[in-house]
Design a protein around this ligand. Structure first.
Ligand code: ADP
Ligand code: MG
Length: 438
């Protein structure tokens, strides 16, 4: 005889002691764990408590009969999947049908032959086992599908981000080339002016000295010269000319600064890491955004406060970091403009718009860069989504929602750093980036 090593539990509910004994012995011998109960109610309780793998149920019992017991087993979620085999002494076909209709899987006619009963029991236990296995496999399959779907979604997002980065890189490289071209073109005329300015200044000083000598030698040069001198205000001209040279020189120096910034910004556009001074990157980006920072008819200039710490040069993709600074600073300016709407010039003057850029070294291991503004800030909901590609709260044409997604990618993936944001609605926003130095 086949023995069972699964230790499956069979619950036998029957009011006849003789039957119970026979079944118990037969099943026990094959290796099943057998539980017995003599009435329907207690049988139900045991079924709920022990979740047997199969129930053998007598039809005719005092109190609650087999049919009612079966109905209640079916109605209870924890027992409805346990297979039930009826045991009926009546060869009445009506009873068999009724039992099967109530959800029983089979019936055994009493008095039964052990082998037949056992065969039926084993068959149904096997079906149950297979069913359970199938259910388990289905669950595993579902989990697998879910996992794969999640992986695919992640890959898709990754792909989207890469695409964004490519587009943005392409744009930046075009801008970089343009900027480098302009910086180069500016150099020649600026060089020409700088060179001539020195000579012109010398010549003007000589001419002034000569006129002074003339005036000293001929204090009364006659009506014609005196009238002309009055008309052109010669004294003012002689005073002012040297000052003009000073401001022209300052102007030229400023153009040189701009040209240097432009070159720093464009030189950064290489796709390998270079050893750089981060501050140069921030400064050149601020220079390029100058037109949005300076005073306008309706509002005073945005104050830029630089709290630069002592930073060593670090290896990084400067072009990409410039892109980060550009996006964060442009967002800060947007937030300040948004918050300034409807505020008067005087109110803004009294409570100025500020962007603070702070850098420092933390634990001799990483560089911390903070970019903060006292603009409109954001709600908790917006804060949760700012790094999502295409998320924007700005009108079409103004925002693309790509800026911070790219910033995140550059800081986290390209430089192995972190980025956090603190923000309070109506108060302002601070982005904190940490980039490892090694
Ligand atoms: N400094 C900031 N202050 C307030 N909100 C900000 C700031 N920076 C970003 N945000 C919010 O994050 C959103 C996403 O920014 P970003 O990815 O740069 O896209 P975009 O600027 O094109 O909208 C913005 O639309 C804005 O709502
Ligand atoms: Mg932006």
């Amino acid at each position: 005889m086949l023995t069972n090593s699964n230790h499956e539990i069979i619950l036998v509910i029957d009011d006849s002691l003789t039957n119970l004994e026979i079944l118990h012995n037969t099943l026990d011998l094959v290796g099943y764990k057998v539980m017995v109960e003599m009435d329907g109610l207690r049988g139900l309780e045991q079924a709920k408590k022990y979740s047997p793998d199969l129930i053998l149920l007598d039809v005719m019992m005092p109190g609650m009969d087999g049919f009612e017991t079966c109905r209640q087993l079916q109605a209870e979620p924890s027992t409805k999947n346990i297979p039930v085999i009826f045991m009926t002494g009546l060869a009445d076909p009506e009873d068999k049908v009724k039992g099967l209709q109530l959800g029983a899987v089979d019936y055994i006619i009493k008095p039964f032959r052990k082998e037949e009963a056992l065969a039926r029991i084993q068959t149904h236990l096997k079906i149950r086992r297979l069913g359970l296995e199938l259910e388990q496999q289905k669950q595993q399959l579902e989990e697998l599908v879910q996992k794969r779907t999640a992986e695919l979604t992640e890959t898709l997002n990754e792909l989207k981000r890469t695409q964004l980065q490519l587009i943005q890189n392409e744009k930046l490289s075009t801008i970089g080339q343009l900027v480098a071209g302009i910086a180069h073109e500016i150099n020649n005329p600026v060089g020409c002016i700088t060179g001539n300015l020195g000579q012109a200044r010398q010549a003007v000083e000589d001419a002034i000295e000569y006129i002074r000598l003339y005036q000293a030698k001929f204090p009364n040069p006659g009506a014609e010269l005196e009238e002309k001198a009055e008309e052109i205000d010669i004294e003012y001209i002689l005073e002012d000319l040297p000052k003009m040279f000073v401001s022209m020189k300052a102007g030229i120096e400023r153009i040189c600064d701009i040209s240097t910034s432009l070159r720093t910004f464009s030189r950064a556009d290489v796709d390998f890491k270079i050893l750089v001074n981060i501050h140069e990157g921030i400064d050149s980006t601020l220079m390029i955004l100058q037109h949005r920072l300076k005073a306008q008819a309706r509002h005073p200039a945005i104050q830029v406060i630089k709290n630069y710490g002592e930073l060593p040069k670090i290896e990084c993709y400067l072009g990409q970091l410039n892109q980060v600074f550009m996006n964060l600073l442009a967002n800060a300016i947007d937030a300040l403009e948004e918050a300034s709407r409807g505020r008067s010039y005087e109110a803004l003057k009294a409570n100025p718009n500020v962007i603070a850029v702070t850098t420092e070294i933390q634990d001799e291991q990483q560089i911390v860069i903070r970019i903060a503004d006292n603009g409109m800030g954001m709600t908790e909901e917006v804060k949760q989504r700012i790094f999502d590609p295409l998320f924007t709260t700005k009108p079409v044409g103004k925002g693309t929602g790509l800026g911070l997604a790219i910033v995140h990618q550059i800081i986290v993936e390209k430089h192995g750093g972190t980025i956090e944001v603190n923000s309070e609605l109506g108060k302002g926003t601070e982005f904190i980036m940490k980039i490892p130095m090694a």
